[in-house]
Design a protein around this ligand. Structure first.
Ligand SMILES: NC(=O)c1ccc[n+]([C@@H]2O[C@H](COP(=O)([O-])OP(=O)(O)OC[C@H]3O[C@@H](n4cnc5c(N)ncnc54)[C@H](OP(=O)(O)O)[C@@H]3O)[C@@H](O)[C@H]2O)c1
Ligand SMILES: [Zn+2]
Ligand SMILES: [Zn+2]
Length: 369
């Protein structure tokens, strides 16, 4: 069967071929891969900036965002035909890593976790994979054409859960479900209108936040139109300064950063509102140092009770929440949800979605024979 293999040693990315895997224990599930999403991490791996093949292998099979169909479920309870999404991160083996021992490898202490398609474990850009049932989430059939968005949505879901936990410090709650505030009374600002930002904005609108997106491209553009179609307000950083944005929004309760650009992120951190929470999800490339007003940031954090927090990857609960939210998005905004997937490519054309930076979310559609 075919797979996309990254060879860091010889610096090539090629279609490789190897035998179909088979179940070797009753806890495993054999899956036919249906679709694999492409993101910036895949691009970095194919530029040989990141990514590690499994021990003993010359290449790494790429792909960490996937949707598959069960072909053999062993004694796991998964049945042939079930749609599933696997998580990405796998636990480290250290006995004293309480996070991994608790199944929360997204909070791994040792840093020795592995990740499918990224770090020391083959990924999903292939025809069949075998996976332990504990790392799978069941996706309902109505999400077959959009289920590939589950993994990128988990970043927002983990963020929302973190906000809910952290903002319990406020005696009146902040997030919907947390108590008194009516829907729309809290303002969220999403930085960046890529797939992570747009999915985050959908989750925030759905969670009852008055949601703004601040991103580079001038209006009109397709991402702005899409954002407006599900109830978020899009503002271009080329058309409005951060100060003007802050004046327009009023108290900014939540910032969901999905830019991967630190300069703008820290500029916005300076206008975070009273009791606000700023969540970083972006992973910037290391560039030249920038100057920021640390006195202002520190004064604001103290005098306005602010929180700045980072979040990476996601636990099983965020996958389950993403599937639940996708069901809701599918009912509320079926057109907008589908408009997030802008390109579908066969495995042979894998270079196009990886290297051509166009559209929003591009996917490989696997055709297992
Ligand atoms: N924490 C995690 O677990 C996790 C997981 C996956 C990804 N990530 C990170 O999340 C971030 C977003 O991912 P993505 O796939 O959505 O990325 P993306 O497709 O590159 O989107 C980034 C968005 O930010 C905007 N942008 C970038 N630099 C800007 C600047 N200087 N000023 C204004 N706007 C700017 C871009 O605007 P234009 O469209 O106008 O160019 C684009 O809309 C990345 O840094 C990625 O590494 C984190
Ligand atoms: Zn990704
Ligand atoms: Zn660990």
């Amino acid at each position: 069967m075919k797979a996309v293999g990254v060879f860091p040693g010889k610096r090539t990315v090629e279609l490789v071929s190897f035998d179909e895997p088979n179940i070797t224990s009753p806890e495993q599930v054999k899956i036919r891969v249906l679709q694999v999403g492409v993101c910036g991490t895949d691009r970095e791996i194919c530029d040989f900036e990141y990514g590690t093949p499994p021990e003993g292998s010359e290449y790494l099979v790429l792909g960490h965002e996937s949707l598959g169909e069960v072909v053999e479920g062993g004694s796991t309870g998964f049945k042939p035909g079930d749609l599933v999404v696997p998580s990405v991160r796998r636990p480290c083996t250290h006995a004293d890593c309480v996070a991994c021992r608790a199944g929360r490898q997204d909070f791994c202490y040792s840093g020795d976790f592995t990740e499918r398609g990224i770090r020391s474990q083959h990924g999903f850009m292939t025809e069949f994979v075998v996976e332990a049932a504990e790392f799978l989430s069941l996706v309902p059939p109505e999400l077959r054409d959009v289920g590939i968005l589950v993994e990128p949505l988990t970043i927002a879901e983990k963020t929302l859960m973190q906000i809910q936990v952290i903002q319990q410090r406020l005696p009146w709650g902040l997030t919907p479900g947390g108590g008194a505030p009516p829907r729309g009374c809290h303002r969220a600002l999403v930085l960046g209108a890529g797939p992570v930002g747009l999915l985050g904005a959908m989750a925030l609108v759905n969670g009852g936040y008055d949601t703004y997106i601040y991103s580079r491209s001038r209006t009109p553009n397709i991402k702005a139109d899409l954002a407006e179609s599900f109830g978020a307000r899009y503002i271009s950083s080329q058309e409005m300064t951060v100060a003007q944005l802050a004046a327009k929004m009023g108290n900014i309760d939540v910032v969901y950063e999905a830019l991967g650009a630190s300069q703008l992120a820290f500029e916005v951190a300076q206008v975070l509102g009273a009791n606000g929470i700023f969540v970083f999800t972006g992973v910037p490339k290391h560039g030249d140092p920038i100057t920021i007003d640390t006195d202002l940031l520190m004064r604001n954090m103290v005098l306005k009770n602010q929180v700045i927090v980072g979040t990476v990857n996601a636990g099983h609960n965020a996958f389950e929440a993403a599937i639940d939210d996708l069901k809701t998005f599918n009912r509320r905004w079926p057109k907008a949800l589908r408009a997030l997937i802008t390109g579908r490519y066969p495995i042979e054309a894998f270079r196009e979605p990886i290297f051509a930076r166009s559209g929003i979310k591009n996917v490989l559609v696997m055709e297992a024979k």
